[in-house]
Design a protein around this ligand. Structure first.
Ligand SMILES: [Zn+2]
Length: 219
C-alpha cells in the first residue's frame, strides 16, 4: 500500500507501507507515527519511519532508501530473524551432517519460542545422530539400521558403548515424550532432553576422534 507521509525537511513523500505486522503477522494497515529527517548517504537520502500496528499496538521501524536523490524511496526489506546459538562438539558433522542440520533447526524453533515443535525436532536430530553413528560402526547393516525403530537399535547395537547407550536411551525416552500425547517422564523437560542429547553427541564425537587416532597410529 502506498501512503503519503510527511518527512521533516523534505515534505510530503509517497512511501510503500509494509502490509504485515512483524509482531502479530496480521494485515491490518499500519499507522505511521514518526519519520526521521533525511539522512544523507552515498547515492541518496535514507529515512526511517516508525509505524504502529492498530491490532497489537506494537511499533516497528522501516528504512527507506532514496534512489539517487530522485525523491523516490524504496522500502528496505528487513528480516527480523532470531539467531540460535548452537554449540556442538567438533567433528560431530563428520558422523552425522543431518544431525547438525536438524539440531540447528530445532534450536532456531526454540529461539522463536516454538516450544512444542522444537522438542519433536530435537527427537528427530537424536534419531539421525544415533542411527548415523551406529551405521558407522556396522556399515554392513546400514539398510536394517535405517528402517528399524530407534529403541531397538539402541538396545541391540550399542552394548559395547555403554555410556553412549545410556545417554541414547535417556534421549530417546524424553524425545518420545515430546511427540506423544501422554508424557511419561513428567519430572524431566526439554532442558534435560537437550543435555542428554548433547552429552551423547560429545561421546560420539570423542569416539570419532579416537577412531581417527587409531588409524593414525596404525599407519
Ligand atoms: Zn501487530
Amino acid at each position: 500500500m502506498k501512503k503519503n507521509i510527511r518527512i521533516p525537511d523534505l515534505g510530503i513523500t509517497s512511501f510503500t507501507v509494509p502490509n504485515t505486522c512483524i509482531h502479530c503477522h496480521k494485515d491490518v494497515g499500519f499507522l505511521e507515527v514518526a519519520a526521521t529527517p533525511p539522512i544523507q548517504q552515498d547515492g541518496g537520502n535514507v529515512v526511517a519511519i516508525t509505524f504502529l500496528c492498530p491490532s497489537c499496538s506494537k511499533f516497528s521501524v522501516y528504512e527507506y532508501d532514496e534512489l539517487g536523490y530522485s525523491g523516490n524511496f524504496v522500502l528496505v526489506d528487513y528480516s527480523y530473524t532470531q539467531t540460535a546459538n548452537v554449540n556442538l562438539p567438533n567433528n560431530i558433522e563428520k558422523v552425522s551432517e543431518e544431525f547438525v542440520n536438524i539440531f540447528k533447526q530445532a534450536a532456531t524453533a526454540e529461539a522463536y519460542g516454538l516450544k512444542d515443535i522444537c522438542g519433536v525436532a530435537y527427537r528427530k536430530a537424536a534419531e539421525f545422530l544415533i542411527k548415523d553413528y551406529v551405521i558407522r560402526k556396522f556399515p554392513e547393516n546400514e539398510e536394517d539400521i535405517k528402517n528399524q525403530f530407534l529403541g531397538k537399535i539402541i538396545s541391540d547395537k550399542l552394548d559395547a558403548f555403554p555410556k553412549i547407550q545410556t545417554l541414547a536411551k535417556a534421549t530417546a525416552w524424553l524425545g518420545n515424550d515430546e511427540t506423544h500425547y501422554v508424557r511419561k517422564h513428567s519430572d524431566k523437560d526439554l532442558a534435560d532432553l537437550k543435555a542428554f542429547l548433547l552429552a551423547a553427541a560429545t561421546f560420539i564425537a570423542a569416539d570419532y576422534d579416537a577412531d581417527e587416532a587409531l588409524i593414525f597410529i596404525n599407519k
